[in-house]
Design a protein around this ligand. Structure first.
Ligand SMILES: Nc1ncnc2c1ncn2[C@@H]1O[C@H](COP(=O)(O)OP(=O)(O)OP(=O)(O)O)[C@@H](O)[C@H]1O
Length: 262
């Protein structure tokens, strides 16, 4: 029976540095994301959004608190079963893809690490799933457009068939017209594969288009969690959320129009 909470975080604290240079960046973060839900994380720069994702992905290990995926507690660090369940897509697809590896080896590496066979077929069908053809296997990152690079990054994240995708500003490095394509692809994949997304974004237009619920972070704390439908009007409980929405509305309009026009 599926666990209703695919992601469960309770009392998450994280501090960088030692001695007089300590910097606490997460304070008692509680967050639950349901199976099949798209959950947004918003808040000003430096509020700790990426840090939450990195803890879940096993990229940061010095956290304290409790985290679980599908009811199974997460350990401090990457282990193989955990890695297959949770994958992360970064903001900058150029930076996150090895420049001297072609698409085939980028997609093959996780399969090899996890001793998964039938690699050729898996790579071809994954490329098709993200809207690229198998002919892209031989291309290097510099031979791809920004949108194609992000498709490859999404393919790499999905090739291990995770249940959870952590998306860190997955479209903000892309042109607006390409952003809409990638958002639509993410929505389609989530539906088709029954995935759960936790997505960091600065853009309330992205939230409005994709997310079911959203948590607002400030200074390492969750200020409030609300349904996307409650973002406008009387929904927000804090002045900070209202200011964040106002600031984002103009910025989001162009993207919302692009997405609607697809
Ligand atoms: N490796 C690190 N060492 C020390 N401090 C760090 C490290 N990584 C992040 N921080 C600090 O932690 C805080 C939270 O950073 P984080 O990247 O999680 O914020 P964010 O909300 O995702 O911001 P942005 O929207 O700009 O990406 C920041 O003050 C940042 O400077």
């Amino acid at each position: 029976m599926p666990n209703e909470n695919m992601i469960h975080i309770q009392g998450l604290n994280l501090t960088f540095g030692h001695g007089s240079k300590t910097n606490q960046v997460l304070y008692d973060v509680d967050l639950s994301v349901r199976q099949g839900e798209i959950f947004g994380l918003v808040g000003e720069s430096g509020s700790g959004k990426t840090t939450v994702l990195k803890c879940l992905a096993g990229l940061l290990t010095q956290w304290q608190g409790e985290m679980a995926i599908d009811g199974k507690p997460l350990s401090h660090g990457i282990n193989r079963p955990q890695c297959r369940q949770v994958q992360m897509v970064f903001q900058d697809p150029y930076g996150s893809l090895h420049p001297r590896h072609n698409v085939e080896s980028i997609l093959e590496e996780p399969l090899a690490i996890h001793h998964i066979d039938n690699r050729d077929d898996r790579i071809d069908s994954m490329l098709v799933k993200v809207g690229l053809s198998p002919a892209f296997r031989d291309r290097f990152p510099h031979q791809l457009s920004g949108g194609q690079r992000q498709r490859v990054a999404i393919a790499r994240a999905l090739i291990l068939e995770p249940r959870v995708l952590l998306l860190d500003e997955p479209t903000s490095a892309l042109d607006v017209s390409v952003q809409a394509e990638i958002l639509n692809l993410l929505a389609e994949l989530q539906q088709r594969e029954g995935l759960t997304y936790l997505m960091v974004t600065h853009d309330l237009g992205v939230i409005a288009h994709l997310c079911h619920r959203v948590a607002v972070m400030q200074h390492g704390r969750i200020l409030e969690t609300l349904a996307t439908d409650d973002l406008l009007g009387q929904g927000p409980q804090t002045e900070y959320t209202r200011v964040l929405i106002d600031a984002s509305q103009h910025y989001s309009r162009e993207l919302a129009q692009q997405v609607a026009g697809q």
